[in-house]
Ligand binder design. Structure first.
Ligand code: DPP
Ligand code: ZN
Length: 826
């Protein structure tokens, strides 16, 4: 396969002044006519195009004969401005890859990012070619949508006009039997915008939360970033078959239906929070992505890192900033630190790829957002605001690079960001070591790093009584080793280092269990308070795994103190009560030079939960009391429910699931239904509840995904349960959500996936090979389960390597899966 390199970038030969397209939709034979007005650019023109049947080609109205090759069309064109017209035929009904124009549940829809537009028509399918589009759709479908503003319509046709020049990856078209949940929004510039969420008939009562999230996102982007919406209509469409979460097409966002549709009865609090975040994320792309886009796909983090950062800020403002930060770091460590530690590690801005779809990663997205958080911390909030204003002013309408982005900050602040730029170009999670000394009223913190980056390390000091004696200060670590002095202290302080997780690093700070228990009890920084408890829990778990120790009383007491403190935010208490995931323990052990044993980790984590349940025995009754008040999706209630469900899980270890069964039977919302069912499954008492759940929700695709996931996640023998479930009539493996619900759960069940008989590895490989033939993108994404191979013992490594080899030898393997398996096989 061919490698694409950042170093080889060259601008496109021609400008595109305007694009006019006509779609005559039919499932087996859709006709697409495309009229492109090119500016002058020499006589050689190369267009991208894949799987297109070329019917006609005209230059300035004169027929030209041309023969496409496998990836496009090379033409000799006039050495001046000209109009190229093509007519092609495509078959959306047979498009199972879900890229380009395809069908989902009887409707037509598109997904063009990153390179799907070339499956629709011949075009310079690259983000730095931007043009205004006019689209005509002819179809018997009642609702016909494309980007921009509606311009005309009649029976069987509609026309759309998008005045904002855009790259082809933002093109979208939808045609279907849809109904709208509608509202309006007036922008700060006085523009009246029609808002519609289009769904299948019957789903319209499930859109209220998404609509509310959209309006709050629009207002927030005006208030916080000064950015207003720029068309007369904003459409969102929910589709059941979708490779990703959602897509920010200009004026016509297309969403995986699970990130739109929600009722209290069908969606958990986490689902509600995710819907709010993804609606915001796609909306925010209108400025960070659409108005200012990427020059090439190596710059993907330019739009994704920034837009994730913005959606995280939004969720923090809508909910609890402290809780949001803890949740974001949990995700970062679980997904991005893992990625960075294995064979798939790459810089936030990669410099080479075979298949760009493989680079929509935790590193580009989540670490990309962390890098912006660091930048903001280093320059300060006010300068960040000025830099963003300058970014929008200077680059509106352009396709940009990370260099452009950093130059804006340099120009706005006068700061040299040469060293900072390494965060974009170097892979791997830096290690920072902290050492302390105390002498004559002076506390010295010495920080060292294994690289040469600029690392903002936020630090605060507490006195021995737990009072903060030095508020948070951002230390800038720029050298290999640096000392920072704090003078005039009455007593040796306790340092709270890397507050708010001020940089995405592995912090090594030799400190006693007592000191961490002290920080868990007293730290004024909520993130570090939580993280002290977490690092203590990891240490206890490691000792249980490695030495067979019992869980320490110190940890149990410190945790109980927080969990039973009614004065603390229930969401925070729930997060503190959550035990580290088995995969996280495996990574931590591996980093410490210990080969993780999945069975021992599983047993130790269970023993830890049992001990915790014993320790909290007297308090659990109160903690599982119903959450008062009418149901609401807000952060307060969600936190209370999270704490209740955590406690219910512990109580089930003591009562065999009796209380969980009562909660399950009485539940009037999905958070508690799923929470109670999980507790029952863990207690080995979930058979009846699982059946009841399946009977109740068998007609609801989104809820049934949970039914599949839960039984695999909580299975003792996850491969066996998975093997049985793929025979279930509702296992529709071509639906990405269903495939992920099953195989995502298999790889998330750490002990099950890594069973020493190799059955987990084998089953996943079998199905990746099968899925690859239909949907390479999702198959490649799911193959990442193998990226932790090098952590484990020789037997497991050999079995995983053999499965990767088997994948690589599969006939007709896609470029997507071949690149992923090849990188992991080494
Ligand atoms: N650009 C899309 C996003 O919003 C890709 N799924 O992240
Ligand atoms: Zn995005």
């Amino acid at each position: 396969s061919e490698t694409v390199r950042l170093a080889d970038y060259t601008p496109f030969s021609h400008s595109v002044e305007h694009v006019a397209m006509t779609f005559r939709l039919a499932p087996e034979a859709t006709r697409v006519t495309t009229r492109i007005r090119f500016g002058a650019g020499g006589t050689a023109l190369r267009l991208d195009g894949e799987g297109l049947r070329l019917l006609a080609l005209r230059i300035d109205g004169a027929a030209v004969s041309a023969e496409p090759d496998a990836t496009g069309l090379s033409l000799t064109v006039p050495d001046r401005a000209f109009v190229l017209e093509t007519e092609v035929e495509i078959a959306p009904a047979g498009n199972t890859a879900l890229e380009g124009l395809y069908m989902s549940g009887g409707m037509y829809c598109t997904q063009c990012e990153a390179e799907g537009f070339r499956k629709i028509t011949f075009y310079p399918d690259r983000p730095d070619v931007m043009a205004p589009f006019h689209v005509r759709i002819e179809s018997e479908m009642p609702v016909l949508l494309s980007n921009g503003n509606p311009s005309a319509q009649g029976p069987g046709w509609a026309e759309w006009d998008d005045p904002w020049p855009k790259p082809s990856y933002l093109f979208a078209l939808v045609a279907g039997d849809l109904v709208a949940h509608s509202d309006r929004f007036t922008t700060m510039e006085g523009r009246d915008v029609a808002l519609n969420i289009w769904v299948r008939p019957g789903d319209e009562d499930r859109c209220a939360y998404a609509m509310d999230s959209l309006k709050r996102s629009m207002r927030w982007d005006e208030e916080v970033y000064g950015r207003a919406y720029d068309l007369s209509v904003f459409n969102i469409v929910a589709v059941d078959d979708f490779n990703m979460g959602a897509m920010e097409n200009k004026g016509l966002n297309i969403f995986n239906s699970k990130y739109v549709l929600a009722l209290p009865q069908t969606a958990t609090d986490e689902d509600f929070a995710r819907i709010e975040a993804i609606i915001a994320h796609e909306y925010f792309h209108n400025w960070t992505g659409n108005r200012i886009t990427c020059r090439d796909w190596f710059q993907l983090c330019l739009k994704e890192g920034l837009t994730v950062f913005r959606d995280q800020q939004f969720s923090a403002d809508m909910r609890s900033a402290a809780v949001k930060r803890i949740e974001d770091v949990l995700t970062l460590r679980a997904r991005q630190f893992r990625e960075d530690a294995g064979p798939l590690a790459h810089p936030v801005r990669p410099d080479a790829y075979e298949e760009i779809n493989n680079f929509y990663t935790a590193t580009v997205y989540e670490k990309g957002a962390e890098v912006i958080g660091m930048l903001k911390r280093l320059v300060g909030d006010e300068a960040y605001g000025r830099a963003l204003d300058l970014y929008f002013e200077r680059h509106d309408g352009q396709a940009c690079t990370i260099e452009d982005w950093l130059r804006v900050f340099e120009d706005a602040t006068g700061r040299d960001l040469t060293q900072f730029a390494r965060w974009y170009t170097e892979a791997g999670t830096p290690r920072v070591t902290a050492e302390e000394s105390w002498e004559g009223g002076t506390f010295t913190l010495t920080l060292s790093q294994d690289g040469a980056k600029v690392i903002p390390v936020a630090v605060g000091l507490l006195d021995p009584s737990g009072q903060e004696v030095r508020p948070t200060e951002v230390l800038e670590l720029t050298e290999a080793r640096q000392s920072f002095r704090f003078d005039g202290l009455a007593a040796r302080p306790v340092a709270s280092v890397l507050r708010g997780f001020s940089a995405p690093v592995l912090l090594e700070k030799p400190s006693s269990a007592e000191e961490r228990a002290f920080l868990l009890a007293h730290d004024t920084d909520p993130f570090n308070r939580w993280d002290a408890g977490r690092s203590l829990a990891k240490e206890v778990l490691s000792q249980m795994v490695v030495r067979g120790d019992a869980p320490s009383a110190l940890w149990l007491d410190a945790l109980a103190e927080v969990v039973l403190d009614g004065g603390l935010d229930p969401a925070f208490r729930a997060l503190t009560l959550r035990l580290p995931a088995e995969d996280d323990i495996a990574r931590t052990l591996h980093e410490a030079g210990v080969t993780p044993d999945p069975d021992r980790i599983h047993a130790a984590r269970r023993a830890m939960g049992d001990a915790l349940a014993e320790r909290l025995r007297d308090g659990l009754g109160d903690l599982v009391a119903p959450v008062p008040g009418p149901w609401s999706p807000d952060a307060g209630q969600a936190g209370a429910r999270a704490l209740r469900m955590q406690a219910l899980g512990l109580l089930s270890r003591l009562d065999g699931g009796a209380e969980a069964q009562r909660v399950f039977d009485a539940a009037d919302n999905m958070t508690e239904e799923v929470g109670a069912l999980s507790a029952l499954l863990d207690a080995g008492a979930g058979v009846a509840a699982l059946r009841a759940f399946g009977d109740r929700w068998q007609h609801d695709r989104i809820v049934m995904d949970k039914w599949f996931t839960l039984q695999i996640l909580h299975a003792g023998d996850a491969p066996a349960v998975t093997a049985a479930l793929v025979e279930h009539p509702l296992f529709d493996w071509k639906n990405p959500n269903r495939f992920r619900a099953v195989f995502g759960a298999l790889s998330a069940n750490h002990a099950g996936f890594h069973r020493i008989d190799g059955s987990g590895y084998r089953l996943l490989a079998d199905w990746l090979i099968r899925l690859d033939a239909a949907n390479p993108q999702t198959a490649a994404r799911m193959s990442q389960a193998f990226d932790s191979m090098s952590r484990y013992d020789a037997d497991r490594q050999a079995m995983m390597a053999a499965e990767l080899e088997r994948i690589l030898n599969a006939p007709g393997l896609s470029r997507d899966l071949s690149e992923m398996a090849g990188r992991m096989a080494g």
